[in-house]
Write a protein that binds this ligand. Structure first.
Ligand SMILES: Nc1ncnc2c1ncn2[C@@H]1O[C@H](COP(=O)(O)OP(=O)(O)OP(=O)(O)O)[C@@H](O)[C@H]1O
Ligand SMILES: [Mg+2]
Length: 243
């Protein structure tokens, strides 16, 4: 079983199949590259195909986010109203104090953040019977961990929760180096797939570029292809080459 991404041009780069069901895929992108738009389009496409979704916002206020999605005409609000997409506002996690009292014991902010997040995601998945999840961005969560090992564990815990619910999940992450010849980020090794949204200088102009860096279980096209953001959201041009 495959989960169609539903963003124009993307599934054809995934052997015309999509993402293998239950996989966790990183959407890695530069600032303003359209990561949130991509995630919302994925959920709307699902809702229209009878696969409900959960959107977890870690940075932005969900109301503002839905407003800007509306200005692009993504049609998210309509699906939220129809209870096909549930929105979880996890943005208060940023504001947690260093220590949190849980009954009579005190635990650290980061442990609390992951545990609370997992609980609210699992709840939301049950509520709408979700098969798709988007967590945007995980960067806000992992930034609490200075230790590499702890960071991996936190991410693996989060992934285990959505995998257990049999959801196909997109984890949005900020790209620390937006060039095409960049160093890999730790998240890329853990997940099943990586989609990259960035931009390159071609001549005097920046061109937005999309690539499928990896997708376990799929014979994917891994070449960079141009994409555009306009009314209706993101469109990738799978037959256009960059160089
Ligand atoms: N109506 C529109 N028409 C064309 N492009 C738009 C429109 N609205 C937004 N954009 C583009 O979409 C980008 C924002 O998309 P989005 O919020 O999905 O990006 P992001 O990668 O999630 O950003 P951030 O790094 O801030 O989280 C803007 O930088 C802008 O270039
Ligand atoms: Mg965003």
């Amino acid at each position: 079983m495959y989960t169609r991404v539903g963003v124009k041009g993307v599934d054809s780069l995934l052997d015309d199949k999509g993402i293998p069901g239950g996989h966790t895929v990183l959407v890695l992108g530069a600032p303003g590259s359209g990561k949130t738009t991509f995630g919302l389009q994925y959920l709307v496409a699902g809702a229209k195909a009878g696969e409900n979704g959960v959107y977890v916002s870690l940075d932005e206020d969900p109301d503002r986010l839905l407003e800007s999605a509306e200005s692009l005409g993504l049609g998210v609000k309509q699906q939220v109203a129809a209870k096909k997409i549930a929105v979880v506002d996890a943005s208060p996690i940023r504001l947690l104090p260093a220590k949190v009292k849980l009954g009579s014991t005190e635990i650290g902010r980061k442990e609390f953040a992951v545990a609370t997040l997992i609980a609210s995601i699992t709840d939301a998945i049950k509520k709408v019977g979700a098969q798709r999840v988007v967590i945007d961005p995980i960067s806000t969560l992992v930034v609490h961990y200075s230790d590499d090992y702890e960071r991996r564990i936190a991410l693996l815990d989060l992934m285990a929760a959505t995998v257990k619910s049999r959801c196909t999940t997109l984890l949005v992450a900020e790209m620390s180096d937006p060039s095409l010849q960049r160093r890999y980020q730790f998240e890329e090794f853990i997940v099943d797939g990586v989609l990259v949204l960035t931009r390159v200088l071609s001549g005097q102009n920046f061109t937005r570029v999309f690539s499928v860096e990896k997708m376990r279980g799929i014979d994917n096209d891994s070449q960079p292809h141009p994409y555009r953001i306009s009314e209706g959201g993101i469109e990738v041009f799978p037959t256009e080459q960059l160089f």
